[in-house]
Design a protein around this ligand. Structure first.
Ligand SMILES: *Cc1c(COP(=O)(O)O)cnc(C)c1O
Length: 453
């Protein structure tokens, strides 16, 4: 089929996510048809190549078309592609669960499988609530969630979401939560400076707990980075102190590592920076290096043991599962991923790249519309503002992000700014030279859209 035909059929038959379909009719918004990928590049059917600066929606870690990962999928497909996961089990799932627990230094003890980040969050919320029910405290049914948070697009995950544009319309369908402040250091809700603050924004959590902890089941956070909220970054001390608050007021800490897990912040899980252990951890995006949908919800003995019993009436069973729970193909490629990461000595491997990004970010400092530059491990973000002194943001109608996106594509990079935030979240295998190239493209795109004169 010719390109034109493919595009017509795409528009006719497909409903794309997060997309106003009518806009795709415009020539400049036509989706790009990708044919193949290699390493950090993706290539369209006309042969144009783009640096995948968003890791294909934050999932890819080892680049596209990795031979070993593809081989692991093919090998597993020859054995068993899928099998029911109740009453049956299989080696890839067992091996993966064991490896994951070992990687957490045995701080987490049990793995529940599902197949995407949102469902890993649903599992966590249901598990947390039922834990309290089983302890005879079914009154603990509310969750605390943060402003600007994103935990996925299914209704439970939307309930704990805090981004009005995505979440507001569904409000009548959602369960009740209590919203606390966002630890948004650049626009601090408590007017503090990052360097000298004492996590004053945590007071909003404690104030809720002082009044309502009897009814609170737990709090859910994105550790260190509120990603979809605009790559909002905060200090590890916040998480350390939050853990103490959870203990003091007897609520559970749910840690949504869907975006940050699997070394995005430089460590396996971001919570490790804060030297704490959450009660429940959700992970997904990097787990298969981006090759298969898979997610996990990990938990401790404290939670698990509350369910583990002679279950006469079925009330102690965790009623959750998906058709693709423990999907063998996905588990097999996740195992291969872990094997490769270990061989690479991934934490050490990432250090010079993280440093290189920090250096290259400096070139953005002088630009008149750059309000804030932030970095956490392999995530970098540049928040653009209309006015540096007042931090006045660009409005939605300015479409700054979209314009930079389009310039970026012409210059050979898939940058997908969020709100007014340019960010880099690349596959880990990007070289230092390529980091230079990518940041130069972004800088050029920025200057074409917002000349720095
Ligand atoms: C992407 C994301 C999710 C949802 O994951 P899906 O696989 O898209 O359902 C949940 N939480 C966080 C923090 C995410 O970034």
């Amino acid at each position: 089929m010719k390109k034109q035909e493919l595009l017509e059929d795409d528009l006719k038959y497909i409903w794309h996510p997060f997309t106003q379909m009518k806009e795709l009719e415009n020539e400049e918004n036509k989706p790009i048809i990708i044919k193949r990928g290699k390493g950090i590049y993706i290539e369209d059917i006309d042969g144009n190549k783009y640096i995948d600066a968003v890791s294909s929606w934050w999932v890819n870690t080892l680049g596209h078309s990795n031979k070993e990962l593809n081989k692991a999928i093919a090998k597993q497909a020859k054995e068993i592609e899928h099998v029911i996961f109740a009453g049956f089990t299989h080696k890839p799932a067992i091996q993966l669960a064991k490896s994951l627990i070992k990687l957490t230094n045995n701080n987490l003890k049990h793995v529940f499988y599902s197949d995407n980040g949102s469902t890993a969050v649903e599992v966590a919320l249901k598990m947390a609530y039922q834990y309290w029910v089983l302890k005879g405290k079914s009154i603990k049914r509310k969750f605390i969630a943060l402003k600007n948070s994103y935990h996925g697009d299914t209704l439970g995950a939307v309930s704990v979401g805090g981004i009005d544009l995505y979440h507001k319309v569904y409000k009548p369908l959602l369960f009740e939560i209590v919203q606390a402040q966002s630890p948004y250091c650049y626009r601090c809700p408590c007017n503090c400076e990052k360097e000298s603050c004492n996590e004053e924004c945590l007071n909003s959590v404690e104030n809720i707990l002082k009044e309502q902890s009897k009814e609170i089941a737990g709090i859910i956070i994105e550790p260190l980075v509120q990603a979809a909220g605009g790559m909002i970054m905060y200090k590890k001390e916040y998480i350390t102190k939050l853990r103490a608050l959870c203990d003091k007021y007897d609520i559970l800490l749910i840690d949504d590592e869907v975006a940050m897990g699997f070394y995005r912040t430089g460590k396996l899980f971001a919570y490790e920076h804060a030297k704490i252990v959450p009660d429940i951890v959700c992970a997904a995006k990097g787990i298969t290096a981006g090759y298969m949908p898979l997610s996990v919800t990990l938990t401790t003995d404290k939670i698990y043991n509350e369910f583990y019993d002679n279950d006469i009436d079925g009330t102690k069973t965790f009623y959750h599962g998906h058709s693709y729970t423990g999907y063998p193909l996905a588990c097999a490629v996740a195992n291969e991923n872990l094997k490769i990461l270990k061989k690479m000595n991934i934490e050490e491997y990432l250090k010079p790249k993280i440093k290189k990004f920090a250096q290259e970010l400096k070139k953005f400092e002088k630009h008149k519309n750059v309000g804030d530059i932030r970095q956490c491990g392999m995530i970098c973000a540049i928040e653009l503002v209309k006015d540096k002194a007042t931090k006045e943001p660009f409005s939605y109608e300015d479409s700054i992000g979209k314009k930079i996106y389009q310039k970026g594509l012409k210059l050979g990079a898939l940058l997908r700014p969020m709100w007014n935030c340019i960010y880099f979240l690349t596959p880990y295998i990007i070289t230092e030279k390529e980091i230079e190239k990518l940041t130069n493209i972004a800088y050029k795109a920025l200057n074409e859209v917002l000349p720095n004169d």
